[in-house]
Design a protein around this ligand. Structure first.
Ligand SMILES: Cc1cc2nc3c(=O)[nH]c(=O)nc-3n(C[C@H](O)[C@H](O)[C@H](O)COP(=O)(O)O)c2cc1C
Length: 324
C-alpha cells in the first residue's frame, strides 16, 4: 500500500501531518476528499494503548472514505511499542473502530513538547539513536510497515537526523519523514531543506523520505521535492484552515481555483457538525472555536466571527455564525 502511494502518483504524494487536537477522522476525511494521499492520526501513547485506556482508543478511529491512514504511537519502551503496534495491527482493543485498517504504524520521534520530552518520548528519542532502531524493530513485530517521524536533531549542535534515519532504515523502517527543524527550534524559523536532502542521500532508494516543514502551496511543495529529492511532502499547519491545499498540490499548480468565501464557511460548518456528531455537542462546540478560526482567517468579518464563536454554546449557534 505504501509503495502504491509513492509509485502511482502523477507528481509526488502529499501527506497530512499528524497534529494532536486536529487530525481526527473528520478532518482527515475532509483532506482525503480534497486530494490528500495519506494521513497520520493524532499521536497516541503506546503505554495508554497497552493499558487499554478508552479515550486513547477513540483517537485511533478511522472513517470510511479516508485516504490511507497510519496510526502514530509515541513511547520509548520497545516492548510496549511492540505490544501497542500489535494491538493496532490486529485491531484488537476495546473501542477499536477502523472502517478501514491502518496501513502503517508511525513512531513519533519529533514531538518537542516539554511533558513528552521529559518522559523520554518524542524528539528526546533523537538523543539515543540506538533506541530509535529498537523501537522500529518492536513496532514491526506484527507485520504492519513502520514509518518514523524525526526532526533535524535535538539542538543545533546535535543535528543527527542522518544517523537516526540510517539506524531506523537498518531496523526496517519503510519511510522516514523529516521535519527540517531541531527540537530547540520548535516551529520557527524556516525549515532546513539541506538536512532533508542529506537524509534522502543517505538512505537506500527502497526507503521513502518525506519532507516536512512550511509547505503552504504547490510551489513550496515542488521546491521541497526538487531541492531535496524527497519522495513526497507532509503538510501540517497550512492545511488546518486550507485543506484545499491538497487539491492545489494534486493539480500540479495548473488550473487550481481556490475556494470561495462561501465554500470556506460551508466546509468549516460541515466539519464542526461532524466533530459534534463524533465527540458530542459540548466537546465539539468548544473544540470548534479553535478549529473554525483557522478557516475564517483573512476572511471579511473574521474578528467578529471569532469573537462570536468564542461565546457560542450550542452547535446551532455555531452554524448561525458560520452561515453564508
Ligand atoms: C498543533 C500541532 C500539533 C502537532 N501534533 C503532532 C503530533 O501529534 N505528532 C507529530 O509527529 N507531530 C505533531 N506536530 C508537528 C507537525 O506534524 C509538523 O511536523 C509541524 O507542524 C511542521 O510542519 P508544518 O510546517 O507544515 O506545520 C504538531 C504540530 C502542531 C502545530
Amino acid at each position: 500500500m505504501l509503495d502504491n502511494i509513492f509509485t502511482n502518483n502523477k507528481i509526488f504524494p502529499a501527506f497530512l501531518a499528524p497534529m494532536a487536537g486536529f487530525t481526527d477522522a473528520p478532518f482527515r476525511r475532509l483532506c482525503s476528499r480534497l486530494g490528500c494521499d495519506m494521513s497520520v492520526s493524532e499521536m497516541i501513547s503506546a503505554k495508554a494503548m497497552v493499558y487499554r485506556d478508552k479515550k486513547t482508543a477513540a483517537l485511533a478511529k478511522i472513517y470510511e472514505g479516508e485516504a490511507p491512514v497510519s496510526i502514530q504511537l509515541f513511547g520509548h519502551e520497545p516492548d510496549v511499542m511492540a505490544e501497542a503496534a500489535c494491538m493496532v495491527a490486529e485491531g484488537s482493543f476495546e473501542g477499536c473502530d477502523f472502517a478501514r485498517p491502518p496501513v502503517a504504524i508511525d513512531i513519533n520521534m519529533g514531538c518537542p513538547v516539554k511533558k513528552i520530552v521529559s518522559s523520554g518520548d518524542g524528539s528526546a528519542l533523537m538523543k539515543t539513536p540506538e533506541l530509535c532502531g529498537r523501537l522500529v524493530e518492536g513496532a514491526k513485530k506484527c507485520g504492519l510497515p513502520v514509518t518514523v517521524k524525526i526532526r533535524a536533531g535535538f539542538t543545533a549542535q546535535s543535528k543527527n537526523a542522518v544517523e537516526v534515519a540510517r539506524i531506523c532504515a537498518d531496523a526496517g523502517a519503510a519511510a522516514v519523514c523529516v521535519h527540517g527543524r531541531t527540537r530547540e527550534q520548535m516551529y520557527a524559523p524556516g525549515v532546513d531543506l539541506d538536512i532533508i536532502a542529506a537524509v534522502r542521500d543517505a538512505l537506500p532508494d527502497s526507503v521513502y523520505v518525506i519532507g516536512n516543514g512550511d509547505v503552504r502551496d504547490f510551489e513550496s511543495a515542488r521546491h521541497m521535492v526538487s531541492y531535496t529529492g524527497c519522495n513526497g511532502v507532509m503538510v501540517g499547519r497550512a492545511a488546518l484552515g486550507d485543506p484545499w491545499l491538497f487539491a492545489e498540490i494534486a493539480s500540479g499548480g495548473v488550473g487550481y481555483e481556490p475556494p470561495s468565501h462561501e465554500e470556506r464557511l460551508r466546509t468549516a460548518a460541515e466539519l464542526i457538525a461532524e466533530i459534534c456528531r463524533e465527540k458530542g455537542e459540548f466537546a465539539g462546540v468548544r473544540e470548534s472555536r479553535g478549529r473554525a478560526a483557522h478557516f475564517i482567517k483573512g476572511l471579511r468579518g473574521a474578528a467578529e466571527m471569532r469573537a462570536a464563536l468564542n461565546s457560542a454554546e450550542t452547535l446551532a449557534e455555531v452554524m448561525d455564525i458560520l452561515k453564508i
